[in-house]
Write a protein that binds this ligand. Sequence first.
Ligand code: DGL
Length: 264
Amino acid sequence: MTAVIGVFDSGFGGLTVLRELRRALPGANYHYFGDTAHLPYGAKSVRTVAKYAISAAHFLEQQGIEMLVVACNTATALAFDDIRAAVKVPVVGVVEPGAQRAAAISRTKKAVVAATEATVASHAYQRALERLGVEATEKACPLFVPLVEEGWVEHRVTEEVAHIYMDEVFQDGARDADVLVLGCTHYPLLRPLLRKVVPPRVEIVDSAESTAARVVELLGKDRGLGQPGDLRCYATDSVEKFRRLGGKFLGCPIENIELVDIEK
Ligand code: DGL
């Protein structure tokens, strides 16, 4: 039987995870929830992020999903246990799969994690990597999300900003690190630019890819074979903006978008 998967993010960024999921399980049906009215989560408190994330998870559960993918790094880092306790379906976050991939490829067992301020402050990646024997240096890159939302993924300003962030971390505490984990949904769009900026020895790990691989492991490849399945998107703010920006993250136009209000 075809899988029905719910994907949740604070906004459009989680569509990078959905893109990888659709690559891995094209025939599955997807419900994508972008909490655009409350974006960004990256500067909010644990309590607020958990409240929004649980409302979104309940909404997706009502759509008949059988698995929930928390595509948002900040929500995973701050509220994964709360989300898991609030729903009946299995929940997959983005932190563990990203950390596992980094641990598998790092030779020096030292990694840099680039993420939002809230994700860095939670040290969720650091703990996950430590459990796998990898020392992590976490770097908050708060300007990346607005730059990506502006569409400036190849812009010289973004390159300059990336240089400042990455030089600070790779020339300072993390000289031996050989992996950079993209610990935020927006950062995969900056991957080509970051490739130019970080030292050549450094491999870039995109938690979107590793999360999709984890979902395939749990559900089985045969649950998403065949013709492209259905995609329904829900946004808590402008449908028009979701259509315009979302297409860039997903890599193709998005048709089926509904405005929803989950405010209690
Ligand atoms: N989705 C968030 C994350 O992956 C980035 C955007 C936000 O701050 O809400 O951390």
